[in-house]
Design a protein around this ligand. Structure first.
Ligand SMILES: O=c1[nH]c(NC[C@H](O)[C@H](O)[C@H](O)CO)c([N+](=O)[O-])c(=O)[nH]1
Length: 164
């Protein structure tokens, strides 16, 4: 079995001057909180991002992530170098899940492209509670991996690339 998640770049990226926004939802909060912690701890430990330069803000649900990311990017001063959008969508018995997942994914991508501020898609789209727990490092299986770690790595790498 291969190691889950993104392989860290061989380039040691320095995030010590970066300002990062972690924007998270309040749906499925215990799982979201684990993902936020994974991302925040990775920013601090792997990339030397300063604690005071990590802003953590919340919105009701995943559908609100693109709009909130756009507004924080537009009105923050100094600017954020990257935004990590974190949410957890769990399929219910209706089509609601599909519509939100699709809209949120496209919305977050569009905000990143329009604002030229890297916006990481950190939204789990799960069919079961266990899938969500697994991907936040909370599951029963030994291969549990917190995807928040990957998202932090993406954010810093893209922020560096955006300055090149
Ligand atoms: O972040 C989530 N939002 C969810 N819905 C709320 C949605 O994101 C919006 O907040 C809502 O539609 C109001 O715009 C979810 N479900 O409906 O299942 C979910 O699982 N996760």
């Amino acid at each position: 079995m291969f190691t889950k998640g993104v392989t860290p770049s061989e380039t040691p990226y320095d995030g010590s001057e970066f300002r990062i926004l972690i924007l998270h939802t309040r749906w499925n909060l215990p799982v979201v909180e684990a993902l936020v912690t994974g991302a925040r701890e990775t920013l601090l430990s792997e990339f030397n991002v300063k604690m005071e330069n990590i802003s953590i803000k919340d919105v009701p649900g995943s559908y609100e992530l693109p709009f909130a990311a756009q507004e924080f990017i537009k009105y923050s001063d100094p600017k954020f170098n990257a935004v990590i959008c974190i949410g957890v969508l769990i399929k219910g018995s209706t089509m609601h899940f599909e519509y939100i997942a699709e809209a949120t994914a496209h919305g977050i991508m569009r905000v990143g492209l329009d604002t030229r501020t890297p916006c990481v898609f950190g939204v789990l789209t799960c069919l079961t509670d266990e899938q969500a727990l697994e991907r936040a490092g909370l599951g029963e299986s030994p291969s549990k991996h917190n995807h928040g770690i990957d998202w932090a790595r993406c954010a810093v790498e893209l922020a560096v690339r955006g300055q090149q």
